[in-house]
Design a protein around this ligand. Structure first.
Ligand code: PLP
Length: 396
C-alpha cells in the first residue's frame, strides 16, 4: 500500500547535529542546537527545577483535564500578560496547556484556520523553520513579510511596515515576542508601537510566538513587552508559550496557548473550541513538566529563585556575545562584528556565507546552520579562542 511513499529529507537542524556527533575531532564545536549549555558544554537542569522536582507530591498517573493543569495555565497566562493585565481583570482570557511551544503553534494555527475570517498568515523572512511547516499543515496561506536586512544585519523596519500595510486586511501576523529566531533582531519598543498602529489600521490579528521569555534578558516583563503592549492597545491575540528554554524543560513538552478576547463570553467560547481541537489531536497533555512549572509560578520564593536561574542563563549568553566579539576583533577581523553585540537572545545571525559556513565545518569542525545562525550557548571559555580564530580565518 505504501510502496510509493517517497523518502523525505532529514530535518536540517537534526542533520547538523548528527554530523557533529559523527565527527571524532576533539576540537569540534556544536553551535547548531537550540538549547542552553553551561560553560562546560553540558545541559543544565535549573536548580529551581531540580529542587521542585524532588518535592512533587501526590504524583499518580491519572489523566489531566483536556485543557491541562489549571494552576499551570493561570501561572502561564500571568507570565505572558502580567498579573495586572486589564484583560485578566475583565476575565476575557483563556489559557490551555499545550505540548510545548510547537504544540501551541499547531493548535493556534488550526484554530485560526477554522475560525478566523482570513486564512492569510504573515510570517517574517526569515523565521524559525518549523513555522512555515506548521502553518502549511493547518491550511493557512503564508505570506512572507520583510524583516531582516542583510546590509545592516538588523531590522528592515520600513520593509516590515510596508508589507504589513500591503497585506490583505484581517490577516494574522506571526510576531516573535522577543529574541527573534534565527536573527536575534527585535523591534525596539517604539517600533513595536508603530507596528501596532499599522496592524490596528489593517485589522490584523497578532499571533505571538513566545519561546524565550526571561531567557533573553533575565527580565520577564521586558521580554513580554510586545505582548503586553498590544493587549493594552486593545488587541485580541493568541500567545504560544514554551517552557523549553526558560525552564530548561525541553523534553517535558510544557507549553501554553493563552488567548485574549474582547469579551468574557468570547473567552469561554474560544476555550471550549480549543478543548475540542486538543481532544481530537492528543486528548490531554502530560503532567510532569507542567507540575514543576505550576509549583514555581505559584510560590513567591521559588519564583524568585527561578528568576535567578534566568539571570544565570541570560548573563552567560551576554557574556559570550561580548567575549566572542572581542576575541574576533582582537584577532584582526576584517569586517564589522557589532551585530554580535546588538542581536539578542540565544542566537547570532552571523552573516557568514554558505561557503564560509562550509569551511568552518570541513576545516575547523565547527557545526552551525547553513544560514549562518549560531547558538551562543555553544560558545564557552574552553572553545572561544579556537572559535574566534576559525571565524577570522574563514572571513579573511
Ligand atoms: N518557537 C520558536 C521561535 C523556537 O525557537 C522554538 C524552539 O526552538 C519553538 C517555538 C518551540 O519549541 P518547543 O516546542 O520546544 O517549545
Amino acid at each position: 500500500t505504501f510502496d510509493n511513499v517517497e523518502q523525505a529529507p532529514p530535518d536540517a537542524i537534526f542533520a547538523v547535529l548528527n554530523a557533529f556527533k559523527a565527527d571524532t575531532d576533539s576540537r569540534k564545536i556544536n553551535l547548531s542546537v537550540g538549547a542552553y549549555r553551561t560553560d562546560e558544554g553540558t545541559p543544565w537542569v535549573l536548580p529551581t527545577v531540580a529542587k521542585v522536582e524532588g518535592t512533587l507530591k501526590n504524583v499518580n498517573h491519572e489523566y489531566l483535564p483536556i485543557d491541562g493543569n489549571p494552576v499551570y495555565n493561570a501561572g502561564m497566562r500571568d507570565l505572558a500578560l502580567g498579573k495586572d493585565s486589564i484583560a485578566i481583570k475583565e476575565e476575557r482570557t483563556c489559557a490551555v496547556q499545550m505540548l510545548s511551544g510547537t504544540g501551541a503553534l499547531r493548535i493556534a494555527a488550526e484554530f485560526i484556520s477554522k475560525f478566523h475570517q482570513s486564512k492569510t498568515i504573515l510570517v517574517s523572512t526569515p523565521t524559525w523553520g518549523n513555522h512555515n511547516a506548521i502553518f502549511k499543515r493547518a491550511n493557512l496561506d503564508i505570506l512572507p513579510y520583510r524583516y531582516y536586512k542583510a546590509e545592516t544585519r538588523g531590522l528592515d523596519f520600513e520593509g516590515m511596515i510596508a508589507d504589513l500595510e500591503a497585506a490583505p486586511e484581517h490577516s494574522t501576523v506571526l510576531l516573535h515576542a522577543c529574541a527573534h529566531n534565527p536573527t536575534g533582531v527585535d523591534p525596539t519598543n517604539e517600533q513595536w508601537a508603530q507596528i501596532a498602529v499599522v496592524m490596528k489600521q489593517k485589522g490584523h490579528f497578532p499571533l505571538f510566538d513566545c519561546a524565550y521569555q526571561g531567557f533573553m534578558s533575565g527580565n520577564l516583563a521586558d521580554d513580554a513587552f510586545a505582548i503586553r503592549y498590544f493587549v493594552e492597545q486593545g488587541f485580541e491575540c493568541l500567545v504560544c508559550q514554551s517552557c523549553s528554554k526558560n525552564f530548561g524543560l525541553y523534553n517535558e513538552r510544557a507549553g501554553c496557548l493563552t488567548a485574549v478576547l474582547s469579551t468574557k463570553e468570547a473567552a469561554a467560547a474560544v476555550l471550549s473550541q480549543l478543548k475540542i481541537l486538543v481532544r481530537s489531536s492528543y486528548s490531554n497533555p502530560p503532567n510532569h513538566g507542567a507540575a514543576i512549572v505550576a509549583n514555581i509560578l505559584s510560590d513567591a520564593s521559588l519564583y524568585k529563585d527561578w528568576e535567578d536561574d534566568l539571570n544565570t542563563m541570560s548573563g552567560r549568553i551576554l557574556s559570550m556575545r561580548q567575549q566572542l566579539h572581542d576575541a574576533i576583533v582582537a584577532k584582526g577581523a576584517t569586517q564589522d562584528w557589532s551585530h554580535m553585540l546588538k542581536q539578542r537572545g540565544m542566537f547570532t545571525f552571523t552573516g557568514l556565507t554558505p561557503a564560509q559556513v562550509e569551511r568552518l565545518t570541513s576545516e575547523f569542525h565547527v557545526y552551525l546552520l547553513k544560514n549562518g545562525r549560531i547558538n551562543m550557548c555553544g560558545v564557552n571559555s574552553h572553545n572561544i579562542d579556537y572559535l574566534a580564530n576559525a571565524i577570522v580565518e574563514v572571513t579573511k
